[in-house]
Design a protein around this ligand. Sequence first.
Ligand code: BES
Ligand code: MN
Ligand code: ZN
Length: 495
Amino acid sequence: MEFSIKQGSPEKLKSGCVVVGVFDGGKLSKAAQALDKAAQHALSDVIARGDINGKGATTLLLHNITGVAAERILLVGLGKASELNNKTSVDILRATFKALQDTPAKDAALFITDDAIGKDANWAIQQAVFAAAESAYRSDCLKSKPAKPATLKQITFATLEKPTAAAKTALEQSAAIANGMSLAKDLGNLPGNICTPTYLSAQALALAKAHKNIKTTVLEEKDMQKLGMGSFLSVTRGSAQPAKLIAIEYKGGDKKQKPIALVGKGITFDTGGISLKPGAEMDEMKYDMCGAASVLGTMQAIAEMGLKLNVVGVIPSCENMPSSTATKPGDIVTSMSGQTIEILNTDAEGRLILCDALTYTAKFDPDTVIDIATLTGACVIALGHVAHGLFANEDKLAKELLAAGEQAHDRAWQLPLWDDYQPLLDSNFADMQNIGGRAGGTITAACFLARFTKEYRWAHLDIAGTAWLSGKQKGSTGRPVPLLTQYLINRAAAK
Ligand code: BES
Ligand code: MN
Ligand code: ZN
């Protein structure tokens, strides 16, 4: 999908469909008033007849209106102006694109920035781009007869006033974020037999091929052996697929500037290993690499927008399988940090690959490290499918990430990383055990990682509840690419 922004009058813009808002009670937005005037009250007439009353997220399509250059008019209910908040605005934008996708229009001109949708005009543009991309997204590339791609190809954000430079930047950045989300979704939705660690490493190498300022390196199991990554390697022991440790370096900033590191869990399938998971819905464990997918999506987004910042993505990737060579409950391994771990449950494998990846990441001398992982089922119980779980060893970083999540409407919620929880990880036989029991399972998982991240500023995002949807709408969400990219945009702006 292509996006542009330009000033224009609603009645004169030639397009497949012009989109304008109607407030609760039938009050026309500014752009709708202009259309109504040119169309000799065609809009106020249908409103008077009761076909649309402006209730939030309702739509009405009008055809062949005399005096209007566009082939169609889509009226969109905005609800009460006083009730336009971030959530209702996103609902309205989703309904708008759903209605547009039901028409054969190839292009559309949207007048939405003058109606105070969401926080401000640039926010409205960003969320509209996300809603547009979402409405066009397909996950049927493996069907023998994939559905036709969406016909809606071009979106113009039309404004009554001259668009600002900030609006143009918001548009470009949002389009790059949407593309990054799409990549993350594609990778998440691919099945485990296709999206293997080798496949993820090929994707990372392809990013380097596409962008001059990206360098990708892939470590093999023998390299990890040399580095002493006994914890990571213990997870891959039962799998026939080779594990990979992928590093993607993006150099958009000053040579001397320390990079921000994103570390993504890349378990391409999580059976639980010898601590085998129950069968129901186990297929969804193909999504256990969504942390890795969000790193790839974010790296692509920042490269596409040419962000002036140094960022490195690190992805430990393998399968977690049962076999006669698999790690057994009670096995003790030595991590790259030298700390020993008693593996009491082989299904708590994310932390085992992440701890070595986090130790390895120190070699990039990072300014900040953020790991992203579908780490605990307990996080789904705590926060449902709305907020990511957030932990940080510095409060300023937590606040910045929470703010970035609000800004991109990809929100996180902070949980405590207090030392009070640490004794739950004590082991009689090793420096620690890899599980802390059922109580506070998301927190003890974060506390485990905290033992490996003392050397730098660090945050952890548990995306177990937010990376994909189940049931009828099963599919990857592309989150938290918006939060991560927004955070990086803010960091680049602060330089
Ligand atoms: N990948 C899972 C976490 C998960 C489960 C995410 C369900 C989304 C939905 C992770 O590797 C795991 O199995 N965690 C265990 C940890 C437990 C054994 C301490 C869990 O959450 O049950
Ligand atoms: Mn697991
Ligand atoms: Zn897992």
